[in-house]
Ligand binder design. Structure first.
Ligand code: ZN
Length: 276
């Protein structure tokens, strides 16, 4: 095998190492690695790789990916093989606010009453309009899925969407999640107004390094042009907390869609701020 080909394959394998500690959905990928390289080949993945800073070029890659693949930029996707770059952090301007919790039949959704919370992505302000839940997670990382994924849906003045995905795995009981879990309406179409404001940053992990790509809504009408930000570090919820949601709306994750050569970027920033 030519040396440059081997180097390229090692590089590609290194990129697949960005993972989350959720359930392994498929062993296919790791089996293929062993077949191709044996034990020696696996060690090659640890070769030092030069990190690159996000440049205008990287930003253009993201922009182009939504233009070039119209009709083929669907979500969710597997986030493996991400390019590691130092992206500009997402600025969180969330404040405790009131929500109305509703059972849509497909999901449990909490609509913002004030719409005062927002994020800043690529220098643009996107207001939080609602958040909802998927069981199991819709996005996977190297074919690993998590028990749940929470989608925080934001919209800018032009009506464009930026969605943040927070993954959740089985683990410790989450007190904050429990505070509104008890109010979940069991009947389809039912809405309950929460009387206490929620500080949603409590539903985010401390480490907010994230994946970025351009995709679509994962429910009808599957509109494209959605900026996706999926945080790599999962939060923890007790099994009973996850099961109680499955009990209400069943499993509601859309199947993984074809990536169609769309690039996925992974932010390498170590100390991502929580609310700055
Ligand atoms: Zn969703």
């Amino acid at each position: 095998m030519a040396l440059n080909k081997l180097y390229l394959m090692s590089w590609m394998l290194f990129l697949t190492q960005i993972g989350v500690s959720c359930e392994l959905k498929s062993e296919v990928q790791s089996t293929q690695v062993k077949k191709r390289f044996g034990k020696k080949g696996l060690k090659k993945r640890k070769a030092p790789v030069k990190k690159v800073r996000a440049t205008i070029k990287h930003k253009k890659i993201l922009e182009k990916s939504s233009e070039h693949y119209e009709g083929k930029s669907q979500s969710p996707i597997d986030l493996g093989n991400a390019f590691k770059v130092d992206l500009t952090d997402i600025k969180f301007r969330y404040e405790p606010s009131l929500f109305a919790i509703k059972n849509t039949g497909h999901s449990i959704q909490l609509d913002s009453k004030s719409k005062k919370s927002y994020i800043v992505v690529d220098g643009m302000k996107y207001r939080l309009i609602q958040f909802h839940f998927h069981t199991p997670s819709e996005h996977t990382v190297n074919n690993r899925s998590c028990a749940m994924e929470i989608h925080f849906v934001h919209q800018n003045e032009k009506g464009n969407l930026a969605v943040i995905g927070v993954l959740a795995q089985e683990g410790a009981h989450n007190k904050f999640y429990q505070s509104f879990l008890k109010t979940i309406p069991k009947k389809e179409g039912a809405v309950i107004e929460l009387s206490e404001p929620l500080n949603l940053l409590k539903l985010f992990p401390k480490d907010k390094r994230f994946f970025r790509y351009n995709g679509s809504l994962t429910t009808e009408p599957f509109t494209e042009g959605v900026k996706w930000i999926v945080i790599k570090q999962p939060i923890q919820l007790a099994k009973i907390q996850i099961d109680s949601l499955i009990h209400v709306h069943g499993k509601n994750a859309r199947a993984i869609q074809s990536r169609n050569h769309r690039p996925v970027l992974f932010d390498t920033t170590i100390n991502a701020p929580s609310s700055n």
